[in-house]
Design a protein around this ligand. Structure first.
Ligand code: FBP
Length: 288
């Protein structure tokens, strides 16, 4: 199994320069709507195609699912890979950070976060970085290749081993329109605003990466108009929770770890709160 996880990670590293190049090539073009009803850009679709090709050719990958596809693709026996090819796609137009999220489950999809055996994200910022969590450890890489790198070139450089959330939190980023927050979340936010600095860029990966770097809390909470929140459990909530928890932090849907949320559908949404343990504990206490 760990060989297959290696192959998945290697494949994502190898394709990351192409994904980055595709962002520039497809900037601004509209592509329709995805299965969750969100507007899709051509960049979403192009990155989805590139990752589909890179990941389904791996022998030990048995299922492939993407936020951009209606259903799970059966590719034989093996691990199940769920991806959000382009998280924060509205940032393509404004040229702000965005990224790719990958979850590797050892059960058929939709699966519980407890079935994850690895998770990773690629952050397309001024440089391309990748955070990989497996076996309870998190490693950060810089991906240095470009679209002309040859297959087989190892284009990654390790920049952080055993990555852990800093103990003294500094930043917070909360999504959703403020008037649409619930009273409980508003009360929590008012406290946090007086303690930490706001860092919100509109792409969960960029915002969670700030939390991983400086410590703090990210949330896309359940809203009055949408109690289930915006983010998807299989493609976004679970993998990011696995990474943050592997780095010593906590995740929550408001009451329990995201990894304990019962999977009910491939495109199921869930309120997402991620960050330092104490900050997520306080959130749950306020919402209780
Ligand atoms: P996409 O996967 O469609 O890009 O949506 C996810 C996301 O962009 C998250 O990365 C981000 O936290 C959130 O939506 C931002 O939503 P909003 O624009 O409502 O603040």
């Amino acid at each position: 199994m760990s060989d297959v996880v290696d192959e998945v990670v290697d494949a994502v590293v190898a394709v990351a320069p192409d994904l980055r190049a595709a962002l520039a090539d497809h900037r601004g073009a509209k592509g329709g709507t995805n299965p969750s009803g969100d507007e899709q850009s051509l960049a979403d679709r192009k990155l989805d195609d590139l990752l589909y090709e890179a990941l389904t050719r791996i022998d030990g990958v048995g299922e492939f699912a993407s936020e951009e596809r209606e259903s799970v693709r059966d590719c034989g026996d093996g691990l199940s890979v769920a991806i959000d090819p382009l998280d924060g796609s509205s940032n393509v137009e404004s040229n702000n950070s965005m990224g790719t999220i990958v979850g590797v489950y050892d059960e058929p999809l939709p699966a519980s976060g407890r079935d994850l055996v690895a998770a990773a994200y690629v952050l397309f910022g001024p440089i391309t970085t990748m955070m990989v969590a497996r076996d309870g450890e998190v490693t950060e890489y810089v991906v240095e290749g470009d679209a002309d790198s040859e297959p087989g070139d190892d284009v990654r450089r390790t920049v952080g081993e055993d990555v852990a959330l800093p103990e003294d939190p500094v930043v917070y980023g909360f999504g959703g329109r403020v008037p649409d927050w619930t009273d409980g979340f508003t009360e929590y936010a008012r406290e946090i605003e007086s303690e930490l600095k706001l860092r919100y860029g509109g792409a969960m990966i960029g915002d969670v990466n700030q939390v991983m770097t400086y410590g703090g809390v990210f949330a896309y909470p359940g809203l009055q108009s949408r109690p289930e929140g915006k983010l998807r459990l299989q493609f976004e909530g679970n993998p990011m929770a696995y990474i943050v928890e592997s780095a010593g932090g906590r995740s929550s849907d408001g009451a329990q770890s995201l990894l304990d949320v019962e999977p009910t559908g491939l495109h199921q949404r869930v309120p997402v709160h991620l960050g330092n343990e104490d900050l997520v504990d306080r959130l749950e206490a306020t919402l209780a």
